[in-house]
Design a protein around this ligand. Structure first.
Ligand code: AMP
Length: 279
């Protein structure tokens, strides 16, 4: 497995491969777990050569404490990637990626950026758009793989390639979960034992919301979820929304012609966890 930190090295390697090999790309922020590896595995099946990037992108954090505390496990990450048969790992430094100007570009994602995560993490999607666009310019993959765990991000990346006519196919990959249903996340490693024991409540609530979606309207379900979280001493609900998948607009009524999804963000003390479920 090749490990590169320099943009030029990646560009040269990709240039030498591009004519005869298809390239799959999995961008990550490291602290890797099986959820990330599931993306690498799918990319490996569909491409000749798989590139993963590890870069904790400062411009997508609105909270300095969250950025500082973001877990870093580089040695373990490289071991995991090697055993997953990733071909190249790109680990750039911020100054190189941002040309010494670590700032976000401003994007118009047709309103997707103002819903849910966009309301609670100011500037987050400008940061995501900036880094993903830049990484796409360097890696120039045929296909790029993103988890449905960050469903809003996935839809925003689809919008990004559409708006900027970037010739990359975006593949959404299912959420990889722990046995008890908790969505795998780099942030899970920061949970205390008690918080970790409480955290499966998030997915259990989503599953129950899905059942209720057959008989109750979105506002009733939202109220039920809010009441359930009030009974949970270790978990604080930040938002729960039922939204249409394409526009991410919250819905009031069930429209049988559209796909819907329930989205949730929860705090365990200062650790923020997100999840979603197709309805
Ligand atoms: P991150 O390192 O958190 O930025 O995640 C990198 C990529 O892995 C993103 O496309 C995430 O959506 C995806 N990902 C993270 N956790 C999971 C999971 N549990 N299942 C599937 N994909 C995931």
């Amino acid at each position: 497995m090749l490990v590169y930190t320099k943009i030029k090295s990646v560009e040269q390697k990709i240039k030498s491969l591009k004519k005869e090999a298809s390239i799959g790309f999995v961008p990550t922020m490291g602290a890797l777990h099986q959820g990330h590896i599931s993306l690498i595995d799918i990319a490996k099946k569909e491409n000749d050569f798989v590139v993963a990037s590890i870069f904790v992108n400062p411009t997508q954090f609105d909270n300095l404490e969250d950025l500082t505390n973001y877990p870093k496990t580089i040695d373990k990450d490289l071991t995991l990637l090697k055993s997953s048969k990733c071909d190249l790992v790109f680990m750039p430094i911020a100054e190189g990626i941002y040309n010494n100007n670590v700032q976000s570009q401003h994007f118009d994602f047709d309103g997707l950026e103002f819903e849910m995560e966009g309301k609670f993490r100011k500037g987050h999607f400008n940061g995501v758009g900036t880094i993903v666009k830049r990484l796409f310019e360097i890696v120039k993959p045929n296909k790029a793989y993103f988890g449905e765990k960050d469903f809003q991000q996935l839809q925003i990346i689809r919008k990004l390639v559409d708006k900027y006519k970037i010739p990359i196919e975006i593949i959404g990959c299912e959420i990889f979960r722990e046995k008890d249903g908790l969505a795998m996340s780099s942030r899970n490693s920061r949970l205390t034992k008690e918080q970790r024991n409480a955290a499966p409540f998030i997915y259990n609530t989503l599953k129950q919301a899905k059942v209720k979606f057959g008989t109750k309207n979105a506002l009733e379900i939202k109220k039920w979820v809010e009441d359930e979280f009030k009974k949970q001493p270790l978990l604080t609900l930040e938002y729960f929304e039922i939204a249409e998948e394409e526009t991410l607009q919250s819905i009031k009524k069930h429209d049988l012609n559209k796909k819907h999804r329930a989205f949730i963000a929860v705090f365990a003390d200062k650790i923020r966890l997100i999840d979603n479920i197709s309805l």
